[in-house]
Design a protein around this ligand. Structure first.
Ligand SMILES: [Zn+2]
Ligand SMILES: [Zn+2]
Length: 278
């Protein structure tokens, strides 16, 4: 027995089909690439500012993709970087993925946040500073960009992108140093096809989305029924008082307002109890 094939458009120009196609094929969805210029929705290097949240941006890309291919299902992802919530000196990479159904008029989101292993931006004052930059150890899979940034206006000029050899990096840094007075930075190229670390996070988010799409809503039968949030209050194993640990998972539909609660079994570790471990 074979599944009926559904077709979905994926808006990407950075090779994300290698992640989406196998994952969606497993649930009978054939992913076709919509060759739209996703840079119009914002870029990591900063040439084009993003408008709205990463979720909004992902949805706009997905809708542009389905329109371009004349399909009713659209897929897209959007990445962002921010200081880590609990360890601010680390960088967190969040990848949002979305499934848009324009016929049923709803969308299903998933997101994954992970500590980023991508080396941070470094100021270089001379070509000799390139030696010892962590990013060069990750060439050619992880690529680099060379930019200059005006410290007062924060305006950035890009000298080269997709750099994957030390000699290319030296040439770009030499040009940038000669050309003008602002600090020269070597940064990771964060576009998905040049950033293996992001591809791993995107892949985790895509797998979660595929999981969620396999469950249909008990009320309206739309795809994408799954966990929305948790409710705290799991009883302490020692004293039985409610703790901050989750006692219920709230499952919900992405299309209608139907929700159901699933109780978690067991007791909470007393470490999480205000009474036993104040
Ligand atoms: Zn307790
Ligand atoms: Zn529903």
């Amino acid at each position: 027995m074979s599944l009926p094939t559904t077709h979905a458009a994926l808006a990407t120009k950075h090779g994300k089909e290698s992640i989406f196609q196998p994952a969606f094929a497993a649930i009978g969805i054939a992913v076709a690439v919509a060759e739209i210029d996703t840079d119009q929705f914002g870029t990591f290097a900063g040439e084009i500012e993003r408008q709205g949240s990463p979720r909004d941006t992902a949805e706009r890309k997905a809708r542009a993709g389905l329109d371009a291919l004349g399909l009713s299902i659209g897929l897209a992802s959007e990445g962002s970087f921010a200081p880590h919530r609990t360890t601010p000196f680390l960088l967190a990479n969040t990848e949002v993925v979305v499934y848009v159904d324009s016929d049923l008029d709803y969308r299903v989101f998933e997101a994954v946040t992970a500590v980023s292993a991508v080396p941070s931006a470094k100021v270089v004052g001379a070509v000799s500073d390139i030696e010892g930059l962590a990013i060069t150890k990750l060439f050619p899979e992880q690529r680099a960009i060379v930019i200059t940034e005006d410290p007062t206006t924060r305006s950035r000029q890009i000298f080269a992108k997709a750099i994957d050899t030390i000699s290319e990096l030296e040439a770009a840094v030499t040009n940038a140093l000669v050309d003008q007075p602002h600090p020269v930075l070597v940064e990771p190229d964060l576009r998905a096809h040049h950033c293996p670390d992001r591809r791993t996070v995107i892949s985790t988010a895509v797998n979660r989305l595929v999981q969620r799409l396999q469950v249909n809503c008990p009320k309206c039968s739309a795809r994408g029924f799954g966990p929305l949030r948790t409710v705290p209050g799991l009883p302490c194993a020692l004293c039985g008082l409610p703790t901050t640990c989750a006692s219920f998972d709230v499952m919900g539909c992405s299309r209608c307002d139907f929700e159901s609660q699933v109780a978690r079994s067991g007791n909470a570790d007393p470490t999480f109890c205000d009474r036993c471990n104040p």
